[in-house]
Design a protein around this ligand. Structure first.
Ligand code: CAA
Length: 257
């Protein structure tokens, strides 16, 4: 499929979505978000794909929602357009999504990265929620996801001042899984995506679901949920194959059944 603002490709079993508005530092306008959601859904449906990577370019993952697109909007227009609702489609994706981030990862860009399941950052990545500097506040999950990722005090500092943090600080704070050199961050993310894609797909899918549940429920409900999914996996051929292969000291062959 041809997109206007993103590029898509496949490396091994990893689907790659690259934001492609470099002149605008990949500012997320309605078209970008519609295309990202559509491309994610297409990869999610594609049996050849086991994991998805979203990236930008070295200078910018994305510098936020498109300010020019909303500068003159009224509150009622914003409410009726409800563009952020489109982001809920990303939450419905079953396959793991990795954000491969370099350069500016600000506002809606940081929110998009945090909507993914994990973040691989280049050494030049800068994360921030600078909305307060343009008279608003994060609107696509920043106050919720950043707080859960790095804790209240640091999230408050960032959201209330708009300051951004570098990749190392983000790693120490728990926002990103790993920091890698600028020239390697995308390859690393694709390598990791292929590693995840080499695991049994149903176990991966339910594990993702269970970890995400940790953000939605009290501990006891989350533990019950996890246990049910764990027991359910014993209904899959891959569980039988995985445990037999371990006992027989051979590599397992996954069939996603
Ligand atoms: N929206 C629209 N256009 C943007 C943009 C954005 N978020 N960020 C950058 N651009 C555009 C600039 O307008 C500029 O376009 P022109 O060449 O046509 O003037 C181009 O991208 C390059 O940007 P700069 O010249 O500003 O580049 P710089 O290197 O001097 O600065 C920057 C880089 C510090 C990231 C700066 O561009 C910046 O501060 N951007 C805005 C960051 C921001 O406030 N993001 C939050 C947006 S609101 C939001 O995201 C709401 C939400 O929660 C959903």
């Amino acid at each position: 499929m041809d997109y206007a603002t993103i590029l898509t490709s496949v490396t091994g079993r990893a689907g790659l979505i690259q934001l492609n508005r470099p002149q605008q530092l990949n500012a997320l306008n309605v078209t970008v978000m519609e295309e990202v959601a559509t491309a994610l859904e297409a990869f999610d449906q594609d049996e050849r794909i086991g994991c998805i990577v979203i990236t930008g370019n070295q200078r910018a993952f994305a510098a936020g929602a498109d300010i020019k697109e909303m500068a003159d909007a009224t509150a009622v227009e914003m409410l009726l357009r409800d563009n952020i609702k489109r982001w809920d489609r990303i939450r419905q994706i079953k396959k793991p999504i990795i954000a491969a981030v370099s350069g500016y990862c600000l506002g809606g860009g940081c929110e998009l990265a945090m909507t993914c399941d994990l973040i691989i950052a280049s050494e030049s990545a800068q994360f921030g929620q600078p909305e307060v500097n343009i008279g608003v506040m994060p609107g696509a999950g920043g106050t919720q996801r950043l707080t859960r990722a790095i804790g209240k005090s640091k999230a408050m500092e960032m959201v209330l001042t708009g300051r951004s943090m570098g990749a190392r600080e983000a790693e120490q704070a728990g926002l990103v899984a790993r920091v890698v050199p600028v020239e390697a961050y995308l390859d690393e993310a694709l390598k990791l995506a292929n590693e995840i894609a080499s695991r049994p797909p149903i176990a991966v899918r339910l594990a993702k679901e269970a970890v995400n549940k940790a953000f939605e429920t009290p501990l006891s409900d989350g533990l019950d949920y996890e246990r049910r999914l764990f027991y359910f996996l014993f209904a899959t051929d891959d569980q039988k194959e995985g445990m037999r292969a371990f006992v027989e000291k051979r590599p397992a062959e996954w069939h996603g059944r």
